[in-house]
Design a binder for this molecule. Structure first.
Ligand code: GLN
Length: 199
């Protein structure tokens, strides 16, 4: 089986761990660069991207993460994790950096305040699921190499991109780890398995 690390600096680590294990993956909480060496893939959880960025700097993880992900480590970011995987962000905090990897511009806090958080049906790679948005970002624009896996389907934000993939990297603006729907974690676990087989 594959080992999928869950970046455990901040955010909903436990929920992702459960969702991955339900898909048959082994998991490893990651707080130090050395631990990345034991991972076949990495999940960057939802939480708060500025806090995550500051902790990455404090734990000397930003460069190791950039290197490992740049060298082909599969990674999936949900919400704050989506922000961390974006090459460029809008409405970040002063000086806020990302790991990057996906050629996209992500707008932080695009879905408004905490109380505006909502649940709605979206499709992920053609599969319908309930999506929980909590002060979520959205994707403003993507480069030619990025596959769009889902958009908001109705209401004020109709058409906004909320799920993407570029090679071995993927991101959702919403939190599948909170709903018990295995679709997104199953997709990522399969991506990790295939990537491992290719090596
Ligand atoms: N608004 C948060 C941020 O900027 C993300 C929210 C979330 O992960 N639920 O990081």
């Amino acid at each position: 089986s594959v080992v999928i690390g869950v970046l455990a600096l901040q955010g909903d680590v436990r929920e992702h761990t459960r969702a991955l294990e339900a898909c048959g993956a082994r998991t490893l909480p990651v707080r130090r660069a050395e631990e990345l060496e034991h991972c076949d893939g990495l999940v960057i959880p939802g939480g708060e991207s500025t806090a995550m960025w500051r902790l990455m700097c404090a734990f000397d993880l930003l460069d190791p993460l950039r290197k490992r992900i740049g060298a082909g480590l599969p990674a999936y970011g949900s919400c704050a994790g989506m922000i961390m995987l974006a090459d460029r962000i809008v409405d970040g905090a002063e000086g806020q950096e990302t790991i990057g990897g996906i050629d996209m511009v992500v707008r932080r806090n695009a879905f408004g305040r905490q109380v505006d958080s909502s649940e709605s049906t979206v499709h992920f790679d053609g599969v319908p699921l309930d999506a929980v948005f909590i002060r979520a970002p959205w994707v403003e624009s993507v480069g030619a190499g990025v596959e769009i896996l889902g958009r908001v389907e109705s209401g004020e934000r109709e058409g906004r991109i909320v799920a993407v993939r570029q090679g071995r990297l993927m991101a959702t603006a919403y939190h599948p780890e909170l709903t018990g729907d295995p679709t997104v974690h199953r997709y990522f676990t399969e991506l990790v398995r295939q990537s491992k087989d290719e090596e």
